[in-house]
Design a protein around this ligand. Sequence first.
Ligand SMILES: [Zn+2]
Length: 250
Amino acid sequence: MFAFMAVFILISSYVFYKSHSRYGAPPYDAQEEQASNTFSVPTDIYTSWKRPEGPIKIGLQAGHWKTNEMPDEQNRIKESGGGTTGFGIPEWEVALKIAELTKQNLEKEGYTVDILPATIPENYWADVFVSIHADGNLDPRVSGFKVAASARDKSNNAQLLKDYVERAYQKETDLTIDPNITKNMTRYYAFNYRRYVHAVHPMTPAVLIETGFLTNRHEANMLIYNPEIPAKGISNGIKTYITEILKPTI
Ligand SMILES: [Zn+2]
């Protein structure tokens, strides 16, 4: 009987771990690799591409915000995409607040800034796209932030944008870099223009930032009560990228 119970407890805690360990991770399309229903994107979309005229445009996505409004093509992500919770605060709320403050900082520079929910407008193009998330883990000691560039980038600038955002974010927040970049991040659904129309345009330099762990007291404290700090980190990174990389080309 005891042996039976021990096995039962082991199995159920494994199942619990498996179902919760991905809590903070943004939705990733596990079946994407084998999917047959991907679009074939004509290469001239990026080989002969010209940046649209107009002011510098930035898209900031508040991760998991309005997940329930996601389109049918992203139904599977919609079902799994609620995000993490820490100290009673849902991830989308933290992400939205940081996105709003980041927008304020960037608008002072004269840039146009869109705040986007979980649903990306069809074939969305911007000079810079940053998806904002907060992480979660069952172990409250797990900490750190991380930034990932889109694995589907065709602008050749996503990696540079990632470097600038990472450097500025670390400087402002003093958090350590969590090196565990996963496919959940680099193959994030909003980067996947080959499968979804509600995704970024191939020429949009796109990154995803996990701003810290909402399940870690120290980091949650900053994310919930001092969101201007992470917002400053993100906006400073974007500003430097624009000044040093983007502006000389437009
Ligand atoms: Zn998330």
